[in-house]
Ligand binder design. Sequence first.
Ligand SMILES: Cc1cc2nc3c(=O)[nH]c(=O)nc-3n(C[C@H](O)[C@H](O)[C@H](O)COP(=O)(O)O)c2cc1C
Length: 331
Amino acid sequence: MSIRISLAPFQGITSRDYRNAWARHFPGLDCVYTPFVSGVHPEKLNPVKFRDMVPMEDNVIETVPQLLSNDPVEIMAASKFLRGEGYTHINWNMGCPFSRLANKKRGCGILPYKDEIREMLDRIMPEIPLQLSIKTRLGYKSNEELPGLIHIFNQYPIHELIIHPRIGTQLYSGDVNLDGFENVLKESKIPVAYNGDIFHAGRYRQLQKRFPGINSWMIGRGALINPFLASQMKGIELSEREKRTRVKDFYNELLQVTPRRMSNPVRQLGFLKAIWYYMSGLFVDGMQYFDKIKVCRNMEEFYPAAEILLSQPFAGEHEIEEHFRFKLKHL
Ligand SMILES: Cc1cc2nc3c(=O)[nH]c(=O)nc-3n(C[C@H](O)[C@H](O)[C@H](O)COP(=O)(O)O)c2cc1C
């Protein structure tokens, strides 16, 4: 069975520049999701909101725009606009855990409200001119929310349900709840994709053994740390030298394109630091070298600090797992 691997969206990191550079230099990914767009004004769509995804021709890999909203009118207006731009699939974010949004019944904050979800789907599904997938969690405050909703989702032609098996109040820490995932999987009539804590190919193989029916996998932080994760999951092995060249080319492309999108040097530096925060884990003792990057005040300080990190030996699976589990702060 051939698997499909997508890159998870990260607000502030996986911008189009990042996604494109990624797809050009690292093999194995089938598609990418954009970070969410929200606050779309239905009567007066502001094209600036969509500049990360329009024009569609500028994407170098299949890209799925993501929307975060609890207003059917907004979702319908945005989908019509995106259909007009050539997209055939959008993703609805029902997973974002941040209380500022979730407390307003947005992101995973909508999950406790079954009737409202049903009403929204009743309005949206007959009207939207493209495929709709949903990215979600097991719940906002309880693991029982998604299991209580799945029979509602089952009644609609939803393209795919991407499930991150945590609840919102956990944010991104604590264990993923694989039993909870399995229960929803058993009940779902909608194709399910798995997302959560795939930190290396070994972990993926364990998950694949447990869920042999899943062929759609979304990778997030594990891929931000190790951009060869998708290829390793597919059994594509690259030589050490080739990997080093690809990482350098990826980094050089980002250095080139970032100033075109961000004119403010402070923002540029912040963006590059966010990338290295994760990707430092690709190298032995990466977080130690990242600590030197973190304190750089400008690009002149940043370049040599990043070069030192880049010249370190690659970390193995065990060390990557440590970086993922213990060195990153999961919000
Ligand atoms: C900084 C940050 C930003 C994120 N932004 C988004 C987003 O815009 N849309 C979304 O659906 N998920 C977002 N996520 C969640 C990730 O896409 C992903 O679901 C999560 O990291 C779990 O997958 P992982 O364990 O493979 O990293 C974000 C997570 C983090 C840490």
